[in-house]
Design a protein. Structure first.
Length: 373
């Protein structure tokens, strides 16, 4: 063998040895379609969830500008930093948007379209629409709400203008940092308002939920989320039906169960595997993101942050956090502690703010898993 051939042979051996070491060290998997190899290192995604976004008439009036339009920027600005740190942010839109200038609050919520602009501006990605007020403005309400969200590239699920949209968005599939998610959304009722002909609103029915879960291809989905509108209003503990439904979902491999509707914060739960790693969570009620409800426990809510980690061929790992958010009047500003602790407010407001924080922390104290952020 001539010298150049010997040299080439030696170089080839070095390449083979180095490549073999690299594969073993990085746990490279050659079976992935579409690439020669994939590193089996963890990938991460951050999800943020927020509670009931309501629009009582005093809120609408507060957003009215001197020019006759509506601007909700100041109401949501305090939430922007948290949302911007998320890969995907999801909230419950508990009102309908209307094209007309006749806006109404409780019991039939019909709100300015500019509300959607404000949530888009802070980075909200997904709205869940299955709640007891989605039919407040009939078919027009569902059509205009979904079209406005479409125009702003805010995804949604839970209520649909027709069967085609239902097939496309139920479940809602989305990707964050290479992780694949499926989101389902259901409500206990629509306040007795009929679901407009041709439209679809997801109602809580375990047979339907089971069918929807079976449609999800778990070979292509890393995490399933079910967002329920459920529970008893103003009650700070979940009822038996909430607990049953959460258990029903987790037994069918749902990793994340979120809840809204009680308008107060309810407890959170985390579930571990044999290695003490959190694989699934339940948040029974996120409380109010923003509303005109000023009674104790109702004047704020939770923002939940879930840091999701996935190593190939292993279940996801969840690191959960919560942030209490209090609503300040007169501007209906959403105030997290990073703002509220040093905010210049009246003594009466300071007492209300601190009471809300103390109540929230006491309620969640027994659960040492969800850390405050």
């Amino acid at each position: 063998m001539k010298y150049p051939l010997k040299k080439a042979f030696c170089i080839l051996c070095i390449i083979i040895i180095a490549t073999t070491w690299y594969i073993i060290y990085n746990q490279v998997n050659f079976n992935d379609i579409g690439s020669f190899y994939t590193l089996r290192k963890p990938i991460h995604a951050r999800l943020v969830f927020a509670g009931d976004l309501m629009q009582h008439i005093p809120q609408v009036n507060a957003a009215r500008t001197n020019m006759g339009g509506y601007d909700y920027t100041s109401s949501f600005q305090g939430l922007k930093e948290i949302v911007e740190q998320a890969d995907i942010a999801i909230f419950n839109l508990e009102t309908t948007l209307t094209p007309k200038n006749h806006y109404t609050g409780y019991p039939l919520f019909r709100s300015p379209a500019q509300l959607a602009d404000a949530i888009k501006n802070i980075g909200i990605d997904i709205a869940v629409l299955a709640n007891n007020h989605i039919c407040d403005n009939g078919r027009i309400g569902i059509e205009f709400t979904t079209s406005r969200l479409d125009s702003l590239a805010i995804a949604y699920t839970g209520a649909f203008i027709d069967s085609l949209q239902y097939q496309q968005l139920n479940p809602l599939n989305f990707t964050a940092n290479g992780l694949h998610f499926a989101l389902l959304n259901y409500t206990y009722d629509t306040n007795g308002m009929p679901v407009p002909k041709g439209t679809i609103v997801n109602l809580i029915d375990t047979t339907v939920i089971e069918h929807d879960l079976q449609k999800i291809d778990r070979t292509k989905t890393d995490c399933v989320i079910v967002f329920f509108h459920w529970g008893d209003e103003y009650v700070r503990q979940p009822n038996k039906k909430q607990q049953m439904l959460a258990d029903f979902c987790h037994k069918r491999n749902v990793e994340i169960v979120m809840g809204s509707h009680p308008h107060v914060i309810q407890p959170v739960e985390a579930f571990y595997d044999e290695d003490s790693i959190i694989r699934s969570v339940t948040v029974y009620s996120l409380g109010n993101l923003v509303s005109n409800q000023r009674e104790r426990y109702r004047n704020g809510g939770l923002v939940i942050t879930l840091d999701i980690e996935k190593t190939k061929n292993n279940p996801i790992r969840i690191n959960p956090y919560y942030t209490p958010v209090w609503v300040q009047l007169p501007g209906y500003r959403i105030i997290p502690p990073t703002i509220g602790d040093t905010l210049s407010i009246s003594e009466t407001q300071r007492i209300s703010y601190q009471q809300f924080l103390d109540d929230t922390r006491k309620l969640l104290k027994h659960n040492e898993v969800f850390k405050e952020r």
